[in-house]
Design a protein around this ligand. Structure first.
Ligand SMILES: CC(=O)N[C@H]1[C@@H](OP(=O)(O)OP(=O)(O)OC[C@H]2O[C@@H](n3ccc(=O)[nH]c3=O)[C@H](O)[C@@H]2O)O[C@H](CO)[C@@H](O)[C@@H]1O
Ligand SMILES: C=C(OP(=O)(O)O)C(=O)O
Length: 420
């Protein structure tokens, strides 16, 4: 397994181009299942999760032509409705094959996604939503098996008792080809949900209300060809901004938008950073300024995103004062804490809250990356530490950050990938 060897202590300085959003590109790639006409996508990030999705789409019979960051799909002839365990187990977002397959083919067999480090992550709301739309859904031998028995899915009024991002996306995609109107209540409002809706609308779907907690979808018979560009990755953006703050540097993130991460920018300003933005760039300047601890509580958009929690944990580790990090979305998303302890951090864990007392230095150590954002947090810790840090198991990072070491090194960092 590859690892990163990081020599820290250098303030990050310069411009970095932000890639397309993983969490928008994945559902958009799965939405091609719905469309028998060509779909051309640009600004697709080059990530392991994207490669896994392409393999899964190929398994279903979808043809794809690729150039860097550009993909053209032909889903005119689907040859299978099964998403096999071998592909699904490596990526939870594979569950997004379910809604589109049932909507287009009237049946699907999708492996239950495996366990994940950050929590149990059940998919009961995806399943019950499809059942409310008239599908028969059972779980057999580790697979979700769904059928409409030859009928079209029926529009339904669906209330989510927990806000779920991929649940909202799965049912929104299913509803696009259903008969009649579907209303999704207590829907997720994340920008990636809106981006998927916009892409579906570009394909001819009738969707209103994306970005609010009530989304109304009037089913159409068929979608048509479209070109679409994926929105920028707000979590990658936030990760670079935190890295700049922690190292006391000055970084401009380009090809992104401050509108996507208002809660994160608010907290960065509260932490003492100078943050300014243009229409499509954000600059964070920490030179000569003191980092102050902040209190964070994760919650669905527009509140503070759980995918930025680990990065703010390390920010608090090296800030002045004590900050609390309260995680409300996932029950096991503090796996980075024991690893940060190995580097000299002072963090107390009480259930789903981390109390972080700032220290003036971290020491390099060998640490283990446990999930995607925990890995990003350890890389940031390594950039701050004065000596050498080894981050093992960086395959998690490759799922969600495009060329992370190249982008960091272009800002003056020293991060070497060691193949293993
Ligand atoms: C590919 C993708 O977009 N991943 C994101 C998506 O994950 P994902 O869509 O999997 O996360 P959800 O929004 O569904 O999860 C939110 C909460 O709802 C619970 N839940 C969810 C579905 C369900 O059927 N039953 C249930 O109980 C989950 O266990 C969790 O506690 O949103 C998360 C929350 O912003 C982000 O951290 C992930 O990066
Ligand atoms: C948890 C994440 O992703 P996924 O839902 O793909 O596991 C993430 O992007 O931080």
């Amino acid at each position: 397994m590859d690892k990163f060897v990081i020599t820290g202590g250098v303030p990050l300085c310069g411009d970095v181009r932000i890639s397309g959003a993983k969490n928008a590109a994945l559902p958009i790639l799965f939405s091609t299942i719905l469309n028998p006409e060509p779909v051309n996508l640009t600004n697709v990030p080059e990530l392991k999760d994207i490669k896994t999705t392409l393999k899964l789409l190929a398994e279903l019979g979808i043809q794809c032509d690729k150039a860097p960051h550009q993909y053209s799909f032909d889903a005119s002839h689907l040859t299978s409705t099964t998403a096999p365990y071998d592909l699904v187990r490596t990526m939870r977002a594979s569950i997004l094959a379910l809604g589109p397959l049932v909507a287009r083919c009237g049946e699907a067999k999708v492996s239950l996604p495996g366990g994940c480090a950050i929590g149990a992550r059940p998919v009961n709301l995806h399943i019950s939503g499809l059942q409310q739309m008239g599908a028969e859904v059972t779980v057999e031998h580790g697979y979700i098996v769904a059928s409409t028995h030859g009928k079209r899915l029926q529009g339904a009024h669906i209330f989510f008792d927990i806000v779920t991002v991929t649940g909202t996306e799965n049912l929104m995609m299913a509803a696009v080809l259903a008969e009649g109107q579907t209303v999704l209540e207590n829907a997720a409002r994340e920008p990636e949900v809106v981006d998927l809706a916009n892409c579906l609308i570009a394909m001819g779907a009738d969707i209103q209300g994306a970005g609010t907690d009530t989304i109304t979808i009037n089913g159409v018979e068929k979608l048509h060809a479209c070109d679409y560009s994926v929105l920028p990755d707000r979590i990658e953006t936030g990760t670079f901004l935190v890295a700049a703050a922690v190292t006391g540097g000055r970084v401009t993130c380009t090809h992104t938008s401050a509108k996507l991460l208002e809660s994160v920018i608010t907290k960065l300003k509260e932490a003492g950073a100078a943050v300014s933005s243009t229409e499509n760039s954000i600059t964070l300047d920490m030179t000569g300024r003191t980092l102050k601890a902040v209190n964070i509580k994760t919650a669905p958009h527009p509140a503070f995103p759980t995918d930025m929690q680990a990065q703010f944990t390390v920010l608090n580790c090296v800030a002045q004062g004590t900050g609390t990090i309260h995680e409300t979305i996932f029950e096991n998303r503090f796996m980075h804490v024991p690893e940060l302890h190995r580097m000299g951090a002072d963090i107390e864990l009480e259930s789903n809250t981390a109390i972080v007392r700032g220290v003036t230095s971290l020491t390099g150590a060998e640490v283990m990356a446990t999930d995607l954002r925990a890995s990003a947090c350890l890389v940031i810790a390594g950039l701050f530490a004065q000596d050498e840090t080894v981050v093992n198991r960086i395959y998690h990072l490759d799922r969600g950050y495009e060329s992370l070491e190249l982008k960091l090194n272009s800002l003056g960092a020293s991060v070497q990938r060691v193949a293993g």
